[in-house]
Design a protein around this ligand. Structure first.
Ligand SMILES: [Zn+2]
Length: 266
């Protein structure tokens, strides 16, 4: 075997939760990589050690704008056994330019900025968590049915000011429709009314992987609650900054958002 690795890759170029005994030669921007090493082995990504679970699972994300290549070094008892360069495949993201908007719509006023800063503090706290659970090993399911009204990575440029790229998937669905947890996890944030995201839940799947659900009309879980994949967590709404009932579903690895569609396209 070329690499002393047993790797499980979600969402790369494989159309399923595929098992591969060798590293892929390329991976997509916005992907999530899950794998398992043999006993005694450790892994470095671009020179940084990657956390391993007791059963040697690891996970890392490929950023929306990552140009690569990703350098993956496998060590056995601290001795390098392979150095692998993995090409990152560039994606074309939707760019929408809107000009001539009133200034107020582009830049929030001072009171709103204060609220956004307070909201961000609690969101950042949830994002930074590095729990030892390995719920991310299972593949993810779509949290609700509906029409995809916004894709990962798309970006709006308002009055020549580039706004931050869209960090998840928008699913347009009727107000009150059930939302399911996309995987097993622990609820680390359950808020009824954040400025941008309204009714918001963050579920932690371990090793930095989290899913976020936004604009909910009803948040039906509480922080610290253990949830199962497919369990009802709330309802579709249009709370926060939203123009109609939809679920914004995001998946992240610490601060890096990945494309949820790559996790469920099977
Ligand atoms: Zn969205």
């Amino acid at each position: 075997m070329k690499f002393k690795l047993l790797l499980v890759f979600i969402s790369i170029l494989y159309s399923n939760f595929a098992h591969s005994k060798i590293l892929p030669s390329s991976i997509l921007q916005g992907g999530l990589v899950v794998g398992q090493l043999e006993t005694g082995d450790t892994l470095k990504l671009n020179g940084n050690s990657i956390k391993l679970s007791n059963d040697k699972y690891f996970v890392f994300a490929i950023d929306r704008d990552e140009i690569g290549p990703m350098n993956i070094t496998v060590l056995e008892n601290d001795k390098i056994i392979s150095i692998n360069q993995i090409k990152v495949i560039k994606r074309d993201y939707e760019i929408q330019r809107i000009n001539g908007l009133p200034k107020k719509m582009v830049t929030p006023d001072e009171e709103v900025i204060k609220r956004i800063i307070a909201d961000n503090k609690i969101i950042v706290k949830a994002k930074e968590l590095d729990l030892d659970n390995t719920f991310f090993k299972k593949n993810f399911l779509m949290p609700t049915d509906g029409i995809i009204s916004g894709v990962f990575g798309s970006q709006r440029i308002l009055n020549d000011v580039p706004k931050s790229p869209h960090k998840g998937l928008d699913i347009a669905a009727p107000e009150g429709q059930t939302i399911l947890s996309t995987n097993d996890g622990i609820v680390t944030l359950a808020e009824d009314n954040l400025y941008y995201t309204g009714g918001t839940i963050i579920i932690d799947h371990g090793h930095g992987v989290k899913s976020i659900y936004a604009h909910m009309s009803s948040v039906d879980v509480v922080a610290q609650q253990k949830v199962s994949k497919g369990e009802m967590i709330g309802k579709v709404g249009s709370t926060g900054r939203s123009t109609g009932p939809h679920l914004h579903w995001g998946v992240m690895w610490f601060n890096q958002y990945v494309d949820p569609q790559l996790l469920v396209n099977q």
